[in-house]
Design a protein around this ligand. Structure first.
Ligand code: ADP
Length: 342
């Protein structure tokens, strides 16, 4: 009765081989097949041909056998041939990992959500591109006015113009992040790789951030003994993001430690802080677009939750990894690794 009443969810069961053995009203609504026409058929009927060719269903069932349950997101095919994006859960019908009785599938149509996300992304993309030119020229004029006021010796409006310039710098940094996100979405985040000295890049980045971080001492430990082949500016952006975060999210601490090491396989850079940390429940959501922890919001720390998302993509573009360890009220360490040959 419970399964039948879940009309928003397609719920069905299969035997060990994926032959459908029960089918609720939600599954009928979602996939278009009536109970009597689908019972006894293989669940691959609701999979796309290319997924059938890749043995997707069998692979997923294999995973359930190993793990007990799996969460999946993929396209499904409706009876009328149309395709839709769905999220679902597959688990053994009997006890955990005992698949002798078959499997239970729960699926939900996510097409609307995906389309909404796309419309949102399109809007952000258009708005950012349209705003970029006027904001860049506002910044240029504001800089000219600041220079003029400084030259004239009449300092009465200087403070306002300095504040205006600072705020415009923040707006431009936000625009740059939004433009990066748009490039990532379109697969156009290009990396201009060169051979460079990572130690120098770390030193310069620390110096740049140290000037504006009066409370923290940013310490650099370790050394990279090999030259790096990568996009220097983009890797500098990742470093700056991690160090700025370490400072921002540890307002009561006094130091941040940047460490760099390498072995024959890879170079690993870490940034350690002694701040808020990130709770276990929120850790899996870090580096999702626009995600901010409750601690960041509670403490009213400035930010929009795009830096780590962009950083992760940049490191991925270098075939490296970005990860972190964190404990609430003790602090966090963010790492990224770059393979020796990238
Ligand atoms: P932003 O700092 O602009 O919000 P990021 O993408 O750089 O964006 O970080 C995403 C979120 O991850 C932050 O809002 C914060 O909640 C959390 N976070 C990042 N770095 C740290 C850190 N060192 N310590 C604690 N929380 C962090």
């Amino acid at each position: 009765m419970l399964v039948e009443s879940m009309t928003g969810y397609g719920v069905f069961t299969t035997d060990k081989k994926g032959t459908i053995s029960s089918w609720n009203a939600g599954a009928q609504k979602l996939f278009g097949y009536k109970e009597k026409e689908i019972i006894g058929k293989n669940a691959s009927l609701i999979f796309r041909q290319k997924d059938i060719n890749k043995h997707k269903l069998q692979n997923e069932l294999q995973k359930v056998t190993l793990k007990g349950k799996v969460i999946v997101e993929r396209y499904h095919v409706h009876k009328d041939g149309s395709e839709f994006w769905a999220s679902g859960l597959i688990f053994p019908l009997g006890d955990e990992k005992d698949i002798s009785r078959g499997f239970t599938f729960i699926a939900r149509d996510l097409t609307e959500k995906v389309e909404f996300e796309k419309r949102k992304d399109d809007f952000i993309s258009t708005a950012t591109h349209e705003l970029k030119t006027p904001i860049t020229s506002m910044k240029l004029y504001a800089q000219v006015v600041e220079q003029e006021i400084k030259k004239s010796g009449n300092k009465s409006n200087l403070r306002s113009v300095v504040v205006l310039n600072k705020q415009l710098t923040k707006v431009m940094a936000l625009m740059d992040y939004l433009l990066d996100v748009d490039k990532i979405r379109k697969g156009k985040l290009e990396l201009k790789k060169i051979i460079f000295d990572m130690n120098k890049l770390i030193k310069e980045t620390i110096e740049m951030i140290q000037i504006v971080s009066l409370k923290h001492v940013i310490i650099h430990e370790g050394k990279v003994n090999k030259k790096i082949y990568g996009d220097k500016n983009r890797l500098g952006q990742v470093l700056a993001n991690l160090i700025t975060n370490a400072v921002k999210y540890s307002p009561s601490a006094e130091k941040v430690i940047v460490r760099s090491d390498n072995n024959t396989q890879e170079t690993v850079i870490s940034v350690k802080d002694f701040g808020f940390g990130i709770s276990k429940t929120e850790q899996s959501r870090i580096s999702g677009r626009f995600f901010r922890t409750s601690a960041a919001i509670e403490h009213k720390v400035d930010g929009i939750g795009l830096g780590l998302y962009v950083a992760k993509q940049i490191i991925k573009g270098h075939k490296g990894k970005l990860w972190f360890e964190s404990e609430v009220d003790k602090g966090s360490t963010f790492y990224f690794s770059l393979p020796q040959k990238i």
